[in-house]
Ligand binder design. Structure first.
Ligand code: CAA
Length: 259
């Protein structure tokens, strides 16, 4: 019998929809699902037609309820040192395409950390974000202790991590955990709107800007600004820069070639 897949993929007009589909377990992230996410990511990375990757959960009730607790229970201390989920999320952050997390329902633990690793987050009213790992006697281990504080600030991150409190989509937008908060029936529309804004930009510039932000964030200002300068020098050498500036002067839409 063909094994059930936990990840559905679909490409629609440059958008790669990566849908977590293990509804019976609230899309909890077990080893099989993580391997499938990595496979899908590699496929999207290689596909020139893909400009934006959207990560979402099937079923509307849950984006992802975190690491699979049953698998986690059997894990030995040194097994926590392998790249695992943290390594996969680093790969998502380093991906050359723009990643969008579209969160409906639970984004808990590793599910919340997955959303944090994406470049842009959109949430619906029923979204529920939280890092409840301390309830299990462990800590957020897939980037949560670092990315959450970098995104919403150390005080708010400590509050969420230490109390394990769960916040909805509206609150998530208020504190900057997500960029957009929409009604559930407007989610698809919002994803397409944000993705199409991104897709109108030059692909080389997108990569350079994304990496300048991610890599520069953890460096001293002097080095980070130098990374920005070098990235700009690369952008200045592209045909896309000629096209973008010429299109502005000629009052037309730019047609970028990724060159
Ligand atoms: N791992 C394994 N199974 C899970 C799961 C998880 N993280 N979350 C839900 N499930 C399973 C449940 O065991 C249950 O399975 P059965 O039907 O076989 O009993 C099924 O999904 C439905 O779950 P509930 O009955 O609990 O559904 P609910 O709608 O009442 O509650 C929920 C949903 C609030 C998400 C609740 O399931 C829950 O609290 N899940 C755990 C959330 C959590 O603690 N996540 C952090 C995990 S640790 C982590 O992620 C570490 C890290 O940093 C990487």
């Amino acid at each position: 019998m063909e094994p059930v897949s936990y990840v559905d993929v679909e490409i629609q007009q440059g958008i790669y929809f990566l849908t977590l589909n293990r509804i019976e377990a609230r899309n909890a992230l077990d080893a099989k699902m993580l391997a499938e996410i990595e496979g899908a990511l590699d496929e999207a990375e290689k596909n020139q037609d893909v400009k934006v990757i959207v990560v979402q959960g099937a079923g509307g009730k849950s984006f992802a309820a975190g690491a699979d607790i049953k698998q986690l229970q059997a894990r030995k201390p040194l097994e926590a040192l392998v790249p695992g989920m943290q390594g996969l999320y680093k790969k998502i952050e380093n991906c050359s395409k723009v990643t969008i997390a579209a969160v409906e329902g639970y984004a808990l633990g590793g599910g919340c950390e997955l959303a944090l690793a994406c470049d842009i987050r959109i949430a619906t009213k029923n979204a529920k974000f939280g890092l409840p790992e301390l309830n299990l006697g462990i800590i957020p281990g897939a980037g949560g202790t670092q990315r959450l504080s970098r995104i919403i600030g150390k005080g708010r991150a400590l509050d969420m991590i230490l109390t394990g409190k769960i916040i909805d989509g509206e609150e998530a937008e208020r504190i900057g955990l997500v960029s957009y908060y929409v009604e559930r029936d407007k989610l698809k529309e919002k994803i397409e709107e944000v993705a199409s804004q991104v897709m109108r930009k030059g692909p080389v510039a997108i990569q350079l800007a994304k990496h300048a932000v991610h890599k520069g964030y953890d460096l001293d200002m002097e080095t980070a600004l130098w990374i920005e300068k070098l990235s700009q020098a690369v952008a200045f050498g592209t045909e896309d820069k000629q096209e973008g500036t010429t299109a502005f002067i000629e009052k037309r839409q730019a047609e970028f070639q990724n060159k």
